[in-house]
Design a protein around this ligand. Structure first.
Ligand SMILES: Cc1cc2nc3c(=O)[nH]c(=O)nc-3n(C[C@H](O)[C@H](O)[C@H](O)COP(=O)(O)OP(=O)(O)OC[C@H]3O[C@@H](n4cnc5c(N)ncnc54)[C@H](O)[C@@H]3O)c2cc1C
Length: 319
């Protein structure tokens, strides 16, 4: 299948979630893939060749730095038509959640979200494995018809280099009707200078067991030693111990890092709903009966105020 992947850049570097989608695309295409990249002029696309990308349609229009779903869907539909792509892949984000169905409607394609693996790439029998019910179950979904639009769940595909390709780059200027700009973002305040929670490979998260915001240095020290993002349980952000963008769970951010360390978090079902697709969960809790130990791969029964400094020191010794 001719495969097209939507790729975003951050600070001049391709996002990991985009590389995951590219690697997934290689499996469907059984060969090189094309990408549509929204990136500033002068961006170096050559490194994408190592991951099996042979063609880049480059949208340099600054209006696409942080696009809205409607114009992005229009742009991707035009790119797919130009290249004759029949599989269009997007890393799963809140933006692409809104973009994928619009794109599918424009292309007359079948759409599936939260895709983790390909089961059968044969056109007509195209079947994918998806994460459903906030990661509590998997579904196999068959997509009828010729074209498919997929959003790829973060951290579900291993990023690996493939057969290297020479990358041809073409400027792509989609024609966006004024009606696509009915919704316009006025301003964005982004957390900077830290590892962002949804993209993090390691998360250190604190709960009410940390007793108060004055103790968060212990969480931050471990996170810094591991190169991790920091998260928290809902009550912690409700009490303003931590900012709301760190709240993990059913009603907060859903994370799927390689390692999630829950410190002084009881493991309520609403918290677990946001972490259960983490690859490895480590719990630190002084109560051996805490429910978090039921979902943890490794558990430390102990007082966080004693365990955290020792763990941080041990990690620093490894570096
Ligand atoms: C509709 C709804 C939606 C919700 N959504 C979310 C959500 O998205 N995310 C979320 O997190 N919660 C959510 N909640 C709240 C959830 O039900 C729990 O109340 C919450 O997760 C508990 O937070 P906690 O584990 O930090 O605190 P607690 O339940 O108070 O647990 C604190 C833990 O710390 C341990 N502890 C205490 N002292 C120490 C110490 N010194 N060292 C080590 N361990 C210690 C205790 O043994 C305990 O297990 C939601 C609730 C509702 C009703």
């Amino acid at each position: 299948m001719k495969t097209l992947v939507f790729v975003e850049f951050e600070a001049g570097k391709v996002k990991k979630s985009a590389l995951e989608a590219i690697c997934f695309g290689r499996q469907i295409a059984a060969g090189p893939v094309a990408v549509v990249a929204a990136a500033p002029a002068g961006t170096d696309f050559a490194p994408l060749g190592a991951y099996g990308v042979d063609q880049v349609l480059h949208i340099a229009d600054p209006g696409f730095d942080m696009p809205e779903a409607q114009p992005l869907a229009t742009a991707l539909a035009q790119a797919a038509s130009q290249l004759g792509a029949d599989a269009i892949l997007l890393p799963k984000t809140s933006l692409t959640d809104a973009t994928a169905p619009r794109l599918a409607a424009k292309l007359g394609a079948a759409v599936a979200s939260n895709v983790m693996a390909i089961v059968d790439a044969t056109p007509g029998n195209f079947t994918v494995k998806r994460s459903v019910f906030t990661g509590k179950a998997f579904a196999q979904t068959r997509l009828a018809g010729g074209k498919v639009v997929l959003t790829i769940k973060k951290n579900s595909i291993d990023v690996a280099e493939g057969n290297a390709s020479a990358v041809s780059v073409e400027t792509f200027a989609p024609s966006i009707p004024a009606s696509d700009h009915a919704v316009k973002r006025i301003s964005v305040e982004k957390a900077t200078g830290q590892v962002l929670l949804p993209d993090a490979e390691i998360v250190v998260s604190g709960g009410r067991g940390m007793k108060g915001p004055e103790n968060w240095g212990l969480i931050q020290d471990l996170a810094d030693a591991l190169g991790a993002a920091t998260g928290c349980s809902k009550p912690v952000s409700d009490m303003d111990w931590r900012p709301h963008h760190e709240h993990v769970g059913q009603t907060g951010i859903k994370v799927s890092p390689n390692l999630y360390i829950a410190v002084g978090i009881s493991g309520a079902i609403q918290h677990v709903a946001g972490i259960n697709s983490s690859k490895v969960i480590v719990a630190i809790n002084k109560d051996p009966e805490a429910p978090i130990f039921k979902v943890a791969d490794y558990g430390i029964v102990g007082d966080a105020f004693e365990v955290l400094p020792k763990l941080t020191a041990a990690v620093k010794n490894l570096n």
